[in-house]
Structure formats: C-alpha cells, structure tokens
Design a binder for this molecule. Structure first.
Ligand code: ATP
Ligand code: MG
Length: 325
C-alpha cells in the first residue's frame, strides 16, 4: 500500500476532510485491485460505503459528505446517502443484469483501463417505462461499488433565474469531482421543464443539451447515470454522449413470477397461486407487482391473519389493475 495514500488518509482524518479521505481510500482500493487482491479491495470498498453491506460492529465508518448546495446555500441540490438496496433485489432481463454486473466489476478496475488507454464506461442512460427499476438499479449499483449514492434533486436544480440551472448542474458535477460516488440525475428530461409554457420547449432542449455536454466533459471519479421515462423527448443524436444506454422494459410473465416469488419470501403466505397471479398482472410494471404483495400483506395484517391467502392476492390484483401506472 503506497505510503503517500496512507499519509493523505491520515492527514484528511485530522482535517475532518471527508472527501479527501474518500479520494485517498479509493486510490488504495484501486491499487489493491491492480495487485489482483480482489477480495481485499471488495471488503475495503464495502467498508467505505458506510453501511452498504459491510458487516461492522459499531455503526458507520464514515460520515457522509454534505450535499452540494445552491448559490445562496438555501437548498441542497442532491441527497447523499448510503445505498439501501442491492442488485439481488432486481428482476431484470439478462441483457440488463449483464451490463449492471459488468459495470460493477469494471469500475473498480478503471485505473487498469486508464493504463491501457481504454476509455472507461462512466456515463449511463437508463431509460424505460415508469416503475421498472431505473432508480433502484442506480442505487443498487452504488451498493455493489461500495459508494455513496447521490440522488440529484432536479426540482432544486431547476431555477427560474436565467442561467442558474446550468450553474446548479455545474455545482453538482463539481461535487461529483471531489470523490467517487454514483450520481443519479433521475428524470433528467424534466431539467428544462421549470415552466409549463409550451414556448419554453426551446429552453428545455437547450438546458438538456448543456447538461449532456457537461457530463460528456466530465473526467472525475464518479459514475454518472441519467434516467428518463420519456426517451422520446431526447434527440437520439445525443445518446452517443452516453457510454451505455440501458433499457429497462416491463416484466414478462416469467419475470413477474420471479418477482412475486422473491417478494413473497419475506411474507408468510399459504395457498397463493403464483402462476395465476402472474398471468393476471401481465403488462404491468414491477412496481405494480411489488404493490400487490404489500397490499395483500396489509389486508391480512389488518384482518388479524398471520398469512396472506389467495383471496388477499386476488383483491390486491384487482386494486392495482384498476389504477394507472
Ligand atoms: N426490475 C425490478 N425488479 C424488482 N423490483 C423492481 C424492479 N423495478 C421496480 N421495482 C420496484 O418498484 C419500485 C419502483 O421502482 P423504481 O423507482 O426503480 O422505478 P423507475 O423505473 O425508476 O420508475 P420511474 O420512471 O417512475 O422513476 C421500487 O420499490 C422497486 O423495488
Ligand atoms: Mg425512477
């Protein structure tokens, strides 16, 4: 382990400089990775995640850094948190899980790619209909990588002051420059939609384009993910600014069955017909499937029953089918 990085870590500890500490710690992790000490690198990464799956005896190792703020310091532009979900909770198509697994394995080895002058995959576009796992996947990726999850608050970033939206985006990216995070610009297509006047469409395109240019030029240590459920709003020529475009589709009946089985694992139940429930949920997003299990569980609990039964599930299915998704 290079003495230089250790000294940086100790100095940062004394200065209470969380970001400098993380930077130096990441260098140590990358170095161990470079020496093919994968198990150690992974353990260190989990510890650095401050609760992201690390088994620690006494609380979190590190305090998370303060979020980036707007010009006047009134609003936080993002929420910074330890990730709470992991990739095992996601039911996605094999092509999606392949990319997510690849990224989880690849990011810790960026320094190796750099040495071989191979471009990193660092900017991702997650697209697809609502409730199919875009936000969850970004958070799970942060958990896999042992990094804090930074959820950009687009509503706070969008400012009615001319030019301030772009400045806010710049502040978020400056923050992402300071330490390795997974940063999600969720529903980023609404960046330019601060005002609902149709004439503002030009302004919206301008802000989104400026955003894409900024992330194109980003060379920092974070993974940047933009998510949208309106891919149509985006000029496809802009897609090449992303290193990877990942499409989250609605689940197949087979996926719905898997998701039901997974979510019912932690719910006592009896005589629930998974196949039948799954076929009745055909066409709905993952979020709806999850809701069925929660709704059925609620009905059972409130009725004083220990177990979810088939009638609870059937009623919950009718409920989710009768609302928009
Ligand atoms: N592929 C999936 N596998 C398992 N659970 C999922 C999946 N997709 C969504 N869910 C569940 O549904 C809920 C909503 O998912 P999420 O917020 O990730 O969807 P989204 O694609 O980001 O939707 P939106 O476009 O509305 O932001 C979460 O609680 C999550 O657990
Ligand atoms: Mg989302």
């Amino acid at each position: 382990m290079a003495g230089r990085h250790l000294k940086e870590m100790f100095a940062a500890f004394h200065r209470h400089d969380e970001l400098a500490f993380r930077r130096a710690a990441m260098e140590v992790i990358e170095e161990e990775q470079g020496k093919h000490h994968y198990a150690l690198a992974r353990d260190l990464q989990r510890l650095l995640a401050a609760g992201g799956g690390a088994t620690l005896d006494s609380g979190d190792v590190l305090v998370l850094p303060d979020p980036p703020m707007d010009r006047d310091g009134d609003w936080s532009l993002a929420a910074v948190r330890a990730p709470q979900v992991d990739l095992a909770q996601l039911i996605v198509q094999p092509k999606v899980s392949r990319v997510l697994d690849q990224v989880a394995a690849e990011v810790p080895r960026w320094s190796e790619l750099d040495r071989h002058a191979v471009p990193r995959r660092q900017r991702f576009l997650f697209q697809g209909p609502p409730g199919c796992g875009k936000t969850t996947a970004a958070e799970a990726l942060a958990s896999e990588l042992g990094r804090p999850f930074v959820l950009v608050r687009i509503d706070a970033v969008v400012s009615s002051y001319l030019g301030e939206t772009a400045s806010n985006l710049r502040r978020v990216l400056d923050f992402a420059n300071q330490a390795p995070f997974v940063v999600l610009f969720d529903e980023f297509d609404s960046l330019g939609r601060g005002r609902d006047d149709a004439a503002e469409h030009g302004e919206m395109k301008r802000v989104v384009t400026a955003f894409l240019q900024m992330i194109d030029q980003y060379r920092g240590p974070s993974v940047l993910i933009a998510a949208t459920n309106h891919p149509g709003l985006l000029d496809t020529a802009l897609w090449r600014r992303f290193d990877e475009v990942v499409t989250f589709d609605r689940p197949s009946v087979h996926d719905i069955r898997r998701l039901l089985r997974h979510r019912l694992r932690s719910v006592p139940h009896s005589a629930v017909n998974i196949d039948e429930t799954a076929s009745r949920l055909k066409g709905l997003p993952h979020a709806a499937v999850e809701k069925v299990v929660w709704d059925a569980r609620r009905t059972a609990v409130l009725a004083g029953r220990d177990k979810v039964g088939s009638a609870d599930m059937a009623e919950a299915v009718i409920g989710v089918r009768s609302r928009p998704w």
